[in-house]
Design a protein around this ligand. Structure first.
Ligand SMILES: [Zn+2]
Length: 459
């Protein structure tokens, strides 16, 4: 009953929580109270008191903030190219949440990126600014959009009806990227209510369009002068289970489209045509091992420590079974060690495919869908790396390590512009999976890490 009252009093957008689920939630919270690990802080006295105060507030506020998080997960959000209407409905909900948490109009800015494909004509990016002792700001950047939920039969519960089971919230977008959005909101709300002035100025950015390339999100903010060159950027959109890896480098990414051209005919008379699907399938099983063998550089900073070459999407060729397809279209996704030139790799792939298909009497076109040459990594001694490491250590008692990943987060966009960005969070790699979930304990622990970071003075 307690939670029911709290929910109806505070929620901005009306939504219903079944009695059954509410009870389950209360049980989860109670179980967590007993098991949550309160780590000793390894910070100085006054700072230790400040962060202890914030951590106590985080514990007090967590149930309500988690319910607000579940409210957001009920609002579907997809980019127009994925069949959606953009982020405005979620953004409106979040703006209501921010006002409820005490943020003023002066602290909240909505940057609208024009996009005629969505009903409102713009894509919203929300910036929340909290003034600190220093002008220099720490940004925590999360994205509002999600990927499609995929086949509903692969889900144990509805992807847009969040459920709490075994200490986790199950829903599309729960881990990617709502978990850290609400961890940062939980920390910022605790800070706001404490009335304390943080060491650093803080910017929480909730951006649009991350899942399809960030044109109306991070890139728009960057191109329109919203990001300062001396700010410190944290993009919590990837991480490991214990939260002890800080990503400072990404691989290059290359997405290619292959159109194999044969000759369509009846399936009973194959000699009068040329089966493009068969040739395409043969091409894949030759091309991929060729690339894996040739581009075999290894760097243990990255996980996995080699370049990856995967065939992914396949377009439908013919709708019926008794026709030999004259055209076959498929795609590959390569994540490549930064030392290789993607331009050279594209030429190499084209040459290989042309030669292979010619040998089978067919033609092929290889088109570039996405090409991103990895920027130089963020330095290990950059302020943002040291600051985040100190905050993680103060909460977990353990020192994190730097790492490199397969790429594709907002951080690469920032590094392209010579801004110091790191990617970090505590998560199980459920992004884009069916039965995606976020751990409640991760929301609380990462909120405590952000709160500690707000007051870390050392660097
Ligand atoms: Zn993401």
């Amino acid at each position: 009953m307690f939670f029911y009252i709290k929910l109806t009093q505070t929620t901005v957008r009306q939504f219903t929580v079944s009695h059954h689920r509410e009870k389950e939630f209360c049980l989860e919270v109670a179980a967590r109270e007993n098991s949550f690990n309160h780590n000793a802080l390894s910070l100085g006295d006054s700072m230790g008191n400040t962060t202890e105060e914030l951590h106590r507030r985080i514990e007090e506020l967590k149930e309500e903030v988690i319910l607000d998080f579940m409210g957001m997960l009920r609002i579907p959000v997809l980019a127009p190219e994925l069949g959606g209407k953009g982020e405005w409905e979620r953004a409106t909900y979040l703006l209501g949440i921010l006002r409820k948490y005490g943020f003023t109009d002066e602290e909240i800015e909505v940057v609208e990126a024009p996009d005629s494909r969505v009903p409102e004509g713009t894509r919203p990016n929300i910036l929340v600014r909290i003034k600190g002792g220093r002008e220099r700001a720490v940004w925590i950047i999360t994205h509002m959009d999600v990927v499609p939920s995929g086949n509903p039969e692969l889900w144990d519960s509805s992807p847009f009806e969040p459920e709490i089971r075994d200490g986790k919230i199950f829903a599309r977008g729960s881990e990617d990227n709502g978990q850290e959005m609400f961890a940062s909101l939980l920390a910022a709300r605790a800070l706001k209510e404490s009335g304390l002035r943080p060491e650093w100025s803080i910017v929480l950015a909730m951006v649009a369009d991350e899942e399809v390339g960030s044109k109306h999100g991070m890139k728009y903010l960057l191109d329109n002068g919203h990001m300062a060159s001396d700010s410190l950027y944290i993009v919590p959109d990837h991480g490991v289970e214990d939260g002890l890896k800080i990503e400072i480098a990404e691989k290059s990414s290359l997405w290619l489209k292959y159109t194999v051209k044969g000759k369509q005919t009846h399936a009973s008379t194959p000699n009068s045509g040329l089966n493009a699907h068969f040739i395409g399938a043969n091409l894949i099983v030759s091309l991929i091992p060729y690339l894996r063998q040739k581009y075999d550089a290894r760097d243990e900073l990255f996980s996995p420590s080699i370049s990856t070459f995967e065939v992914t999407r396949k377009e439908e060729n013919v709708p019926n079974i008794n026709t030999i397809p004259g055209e076959d279209i498929f795609y590959t996704d390569f994540r490549v060690m930064p030392g290789y030139s993607l331009n050279e790799m594209v030429e190499d792939v084209r040459g290989f495919c042309k030669g292979f298909c010619r040998g089978m009497g067919a033609d092929v076109e290889v088109g570039v869908e996405t090409m991103h040459q990895a920027p130089p990594p963020t330095r290990m001694d950059a302020t943002v790396v040291k600051l985040l490491s100190a905050a993680i250590e103060s909460v977990t008692g353990k020192r994190p390590d730097p790492e490199g990943i397969g790429g594709g987060t907002c951080a690469a966009v920032l590094r392209d512009a010579n801004l110091n960005a790191v990617v970090w969070s505590t998560e199980d790699h459920m992004a884009h999976d069916s039965n995606e979930y976020a751990w409640l304990k991760n929301i609380v622990q990462d909120a405590k890490i952000y709160a500690s970071l707000f007051f870390t003075q050392t660097y």
